[in-house]
Design a protein around this ligand. Structure first.
Ligand SMILES: [Zn+2]
Length: 172
């Protein structure tokens, strides 16, 4: 292939990339304006493992209202989805905001639709918390006490908090 031909090929590829990018931007704009999302993610971006062939879903009702509200956040220069940047933690991604919203919504639903009071739910929460704290301590205290005693005698380094949860998973 001659250099001139190579350069023409390169130019053509760059042009195609620009056109594709512009088409993607147009599609994104159209989806935003019409409250549409990809079914893989529920947002206007595909999930990383999506083959980009998934369905486009029309948001309706409260989902549309939420999307509209998020659009207003965007316009105001506000960021609705926070994160913990720079922490190299592998595992299942969690969204504490959504979790918090779900729990409060669940409490509201229970209080409104069943004969359950907020106080009863608070008591339930306190009992569950106490149970978990107790079981984590009981699963770990012997090993930690032993490690501390060894450290005191100079046999080994002081223990690092590396708790074993009752299920066997480790809490760093
Ligand atoms: Zn997708």
């Amino acid at each position: 292939m001659t250099n001139a031909r190579k350069s023409r090929e390169k130019h053509r590829m760059e042009e195609r990339e620009i056109i594709e990018r512009r088409m993607e931007e147009e599609e994104l704009k159209y989806m935003r304006e019409n409250f549409q999302v990809y079914s893989c993610s529920g947002t206007q971006q595909h999930e990383p493992n999506c083959d980009r062939e998934c369905k486009i879903v029309q948001l309706e009702g409260i989902d549309r209202d939420i999307a509209e509200e998020l659009g207003k956040w965007d316009e105001a220069g506000m960021v609705a989805v926070g994160g913990v940047p720079g922490l190299p933690i592998p595992g299942i991604p969690i969204n504490t905001f959504d979790l918090d919203v779900k729990i409060v919504a669940l409490i509201n639903y229970l209080v409104e639709n069943f004969a359950i009071s907020k106080e009863e739910l608070d008591k339930c929460y306190a009992e569950e918390k106490l149970l978990r704290l107790r079981s984590i301590r009981e699963a770990n205290e012997d090993a930690l006490r032993e490690a501390r005693a060894k450290a005191h005698l100079g046999i080994q380094e002081p223990p690092k908090p590396n708790l074993i949860l009752p299920t066997g998973t480790k809490l760093q």
